[in-house]
Design a protein around this ligand. Structure first.
Ligand code: TRP
Ligand code: SF4
Length: 328
């Protein structure tokens, strides 16, 4: 039976891009596979090591968002990376066999370094980011890794590292396969990729008022100055949101827009309504969870216990394979 592992860096409250890009998929995988979902706090440190003051709050906020959208601690194992030291131990062993050239040519590494600052990210730990990610996956012998397209180079590296390990020390690990998220990426309210750093997100926890405001400010088809001018949905920032959150009506909206039968103000009103409805139950659950901090702690403790059991077992096999399981 396949085992699924995926992770997310705790960078704060989650937005609809996370939801459409990953969580929605994670949620449905829970009913098909054994799933482990990890809060990658060590990975968050590799980019944000200079200010760690927010990390605890971010871990909590993210877990609450996961739970609120239906990632279930009964169905899946939800845990914190730093609760399982075996990840670090395997990371070390993998780092010993991983050629630096493989890491340096990783496109995500190059891009991020350019984006976030050469100086700050010229660290040993950041270069080894995909090695740690490989350890996350292999320590559970996961066979499937749901990821977005941006993570594919990392997963390819994991597969290479896995093959190299198996070649050197015997077939310890299955070579994990990516499970590419099908849903198209939801752009941000300004049309670029939805990302905290662009300040263009709609958050799962946004209030009704904030949602309305954000939708109101979204730019619609700029070539449609008057209500009776035909619109072009493909030229409108709202339209992808209708596609995802108003699926039943989206084709009608497209037609009405092109035939100038619906105005942008009404169309925005409709989208706000859809988003509010969509997020209503999620936000109720969010508030309940915020009021029960003990539950959050319990969930992470129980998840760590389950994860640790598997990680310990695998680590023993790894030590055997490397002949460092000494019986002196
Ligand atoms: N690098 C992933 C991201 O930024 C997070 C991550 C850490 C991860 N470990 C993982 C994803 C293991 C999949 C498997 O999104
Ligand atoms: Fe966009 Fe709707 Fe206006 Fe068409 S009617 S341009 S889809 S907001």
């Amino acid at each position: 039976m396949d085992r699924v592992l995926s992770g997310m860096r705790p960078t704060g409250r989650l937005h609809l891009g996370h939801f459409v890009g990953a969580l929605d998929n994670w949620r449905s995988l829970q009913d098909k596979y054994e799933c482990l979902y990890m809060i990658a706090d060590w990975h968050a440190l590799t980019t944000d090591y200079s200010d760690t003051s927010k990390i605890q709050e971010n871990v909590k906020d993210m877990l609450i968002d996961w739970l609120a959208v239906g990632i279930s601690p009964e169905k899946s194992t939800l845990f914190l990376q730093s609760d399982i030291p075996e990840h670090a131990e395997l990371h070390l062993l993998l780092s010993i066999i991983t050629p630096i050239s493989w890491l340096e040519r990783n496109p995500t590494y190059r891009e991020q370094k350019k984006e976030l600052g050469e100086e700050r990210l010229s660290t040993y730990g950041f270069l080894g980011y995909p090695v740690l990610q490989s350890a996350d996956i292999l320590i559970y012998k996961a066979t499937l890794v749901p990821v977005g397209e941006d993570q594919l180079p990392h997963l390819e590296l994991t597969r290479e590292i896995t093959r190299r390990f198996n070649y050197l020390y015997g077939e310890v690990f299955p070579v994990p396969a990516p499970l590419l998220t099908k849903t198209s990426r939801l752009p941000g309210i300004d049309g670029r990729k939805m990302s905290k750093s662009f300040d263009n997100c709609i958050y799962i926890s946004d209030s009704e008022k904030t949602l309305r405001e954000k939708v109101r400010h979204m730019i619609t088809d700029t070539e449609r100055p008057r209500l009776n001018d035909p619109g072009h949905p493909s030229n409108c920032r709202l339209f992808p949101f209708h596609t995802v959150f108003n699926a039943k009506r989206v084709s009608k909206i497209s037609i009405d827009c092109k035939e100038a039968k619906i105005g942008c103000t009404d169309c925005k009103e409709e989208l706000s309504h859809c988003l509010i409805e969509y997020l209503k139950d999620i936000q109720i659950r969010r508030h309940e969870l915020e009021a029960t901090p003990k539950l959050i702690i319990d969930i992470l403790e129980e998840g760590a216990e389950r994860a640790r059991k598997i990680a310990k077992q695998t680590m023993e096999e790894i030590r055997e394979a490397l002949k460092i399981s000494y019986k002196l």
